[in-house]
Structure formats: C-alpha cells, structure tokens
Design a protein around this ligand. Sequence first.
Ligand SMILES: NC(=O)c1ccc[n+]([C@@H]2O[C@H](COP(=O)([O-])OP(=O)(O)OC[C@H]3O[C@@H](n4cnc5c(N)ncnc54)[C@H](OP(=O)(O)O)[C@@H]3O)[C@@H](O)[C@H]2O)c1
Length: 334
Amino acid sequence: MSECGCLVGRPVMEVESRYVAVRHHVEGFPSEEDFKVKTGRLRWRPESGEVLVRNLYLSMDPYQLNRMKRRSPSHVAVDGIVPGERITAYGAGKVVASACAEYKEGDVVAGLLGWEDYTLVPAGPRAGTSGITAYDGFFEVCKPQRGEKVFVSAASGSVGSLVGQFAKLASCYVVGCAGSNAKVDLLKNELGFDDAFNYKEEPDMKSALKRYFPDGIDIYFDNVGGKTLEAALASMNTHGRVALCGAISEYTDAGHRASPDLLEVIYKRIAIRGFVIWEFLTRFSEFTGIISDWICQGKVQPIEDVSNGLESVPSAFTALFLGLNIGKKLVKLA
Ligand SMILES: NC(=O)c1ccc[n+]([C@@H]2O[C@H](COP(=O)([O-])OP(=O)(O)OC[C@H]3O[C@@H](n4cnc5c(N)ncnc54)[C@H](OP(=O)(O)O)[C@@H]3O)[C@@H](O)[C@H]2O)c1
C-alpha cells in the first residue's frame, strides 16, 4: 500500500489488489479453468466519498453463476458479469481508508464487496447475507403456522440449514433433503430436523415425498427447482405455500426446467412466490438483532465451510454445484 499524494489535507492511497475474473461467459457447469486471478491497482481519494476495504471473508453464492451467463433472466435484477472484469460479491472486511462519515479506519463492515483483496466501496448502504434470505423467505413468504409440515431442499446448505432451524423455532414439522448421508446425519442429529433423506438415493422423488409426508406438505422452501419442485408440488396440501428461493439444479442445466402439473396448483390453490432478498433489506437491522439473540441463546446453529486464500475462490465456487460444501461457503482472505 502506498501514499502518493495529498488532497484536502489527506493523502491519496493506492493499493495493489488481486481479483478473480471469469475468462469467458460460463453457460453450463462451472470449472476452475473458467477463472483466472488478475492484479490491478486501486486508488482511494479523500474527496471521492468512497471507503477502501481490505476484504477478510468472501461469500460464495450460487446466483453468481447466472451473472456469468451471456443471457439470464436474473440480469434484470443484478448485472451480468463481464469477462476479465472484477466480480462484485458479498463479504466482510476492514476499513483501511474512509471518506464517508459513517465509517472510520479499523471498522469491520459487511456488505457488497468483491472477489478481490481490496474493494473501493461507493458511499451509501450496501448490505446482505444468506441469513436474511432464509429468515424473510421463510417467515414473510411462507407465513408458517404452528404444526405445519415443511419441506426444504438443499437443506444442509447456507440458506436451507437456517430455514430448517427456523421452521423448528416456529413449531413446524420439518424434513430436509440433501446430497449425502453425512449431510443427512447433520440435519437429523445436530440441526434438529424431524427427518431428512439423501435425494441421490431416491430415484423416484414423488414417492419419497409421499413417504416422508403421508399427510402432505404445507410449505415447500425451494432451493433447487427442477424435478424436486415438480415432486413437491405433487405432495402439497390445499392452500400450501411454495417459496421459490433458488433453482440451483437449473443453473447448470437449462434443459431440465421444472414443468409442474398446473392443475395441482390450481385445484389445491397453492401459492407459489419467487422472491429476491433485496426486497427485504430494509429489515436488515431487525433481522440482525433477532438472529444474534437466537445464536447467543443456542437456538440457531450457523454452519460455515471456509476455504483459504483468494486463489481458492474458483474451487470454492465450483464446490457449490458439486455439493461439496456443508453450510455457508466462505473464502478467508486475511
Ligand atoms: N432468492 C434469493 O434472494 C436468494 C438468496 C440467496 C440464495 N438463493 C438461492 O438459494 C439456493 C441455496 O443457496 P445457498 O447459498 O444456500 O447455497 P448452498 O445451499 O449452501 O450450496 C448449494 C447446494 O446446492 C445443492 N445442489 C447443487 N447442485 C444441485 C442439484 N443439481 N440438485 C440439487 N441440489 C443441488 C448442493 O447440496 P446437496 O449436496 O444437497 O446437493 C450444494 O451444496 C440457491 O439456489 C441460491 O441461488 C436465493
């Protein structure tokens, strides 16, 4: 890091910052070869209003794959990623220089940063995490009632593992599915799910769900789309609610889109609602207070899966699509 000038009495600061970029648009399964680590320089100026952040932890999120595609419906809500350029991403870091009254040097901040060593953050609020996705997706979109039966897919992941625990706090009956027996053990024996199963050992998802939910499903929290969504809809009860949070099985294979039986939806009057977390960010401080209390009281157990170093971003990201992560996938930089 170097100080290389002086404006309005404070020095300009310039840092060398490595960043991870995609070599080209990524259309199917991502592989480590799709990425490269590049080096650039960032210059912070006191009159810019910007905050220079040394990134400490980076969040690995499946939605980034849709940003990497040449075209995706997700681009209406979040910009596509340009090959060769830096990639914005959620993370946490430490302020090293600030031209913004809200932040001072040494503050630890969380929000929209980047897959890079340092980020220049423009003035203004930029917050977000998977925890609030699980919280508002479950409580606001699904509106659970005591005793209702809840099904969660990708249940050992970042969002799913929290949704299942929130469902227990709401006195619901919750079953999760995940892609390995170790994940199933975690759900049943550590996270308090009433039941769980390995979907890779269930060739017929519809009959598996009939077995796990003999009285039907009231709420389905969908993280994967595809065949799982079709099967869940076939087991939904009248006036059931489906929260479409993600469709990870379709991100890597657009040929396997869900084609549910719409008569099921109509005659059972099922409410299906897609949501994106940005619509709930005004509730961020309310969420942080509640989740902090639950974690301190031992009511919720956050699960983290941490890789080390910026160069591990490509393998950490591709792990999401291979089911290699358990809980929130993070990369620790410093
Ligand atoms: N709407 C929003 O605002 C919002 C916000 C955050 C996340 N999301 C979405 O929520 C979902 C979960 O995100 P997350 O961050 O919590 O990721 P995650 O669940 O921690 O990681 C992804 C998991 O998905 C499962 N998976 C991968 N490919 C699959 C496939 N083809 N079929 C079934 N399962 C598959 C894997 O677990 P298994 O071993 O169980 O297969 C993998 O570990 C994603 O779809 C994501 O895009 C939406």
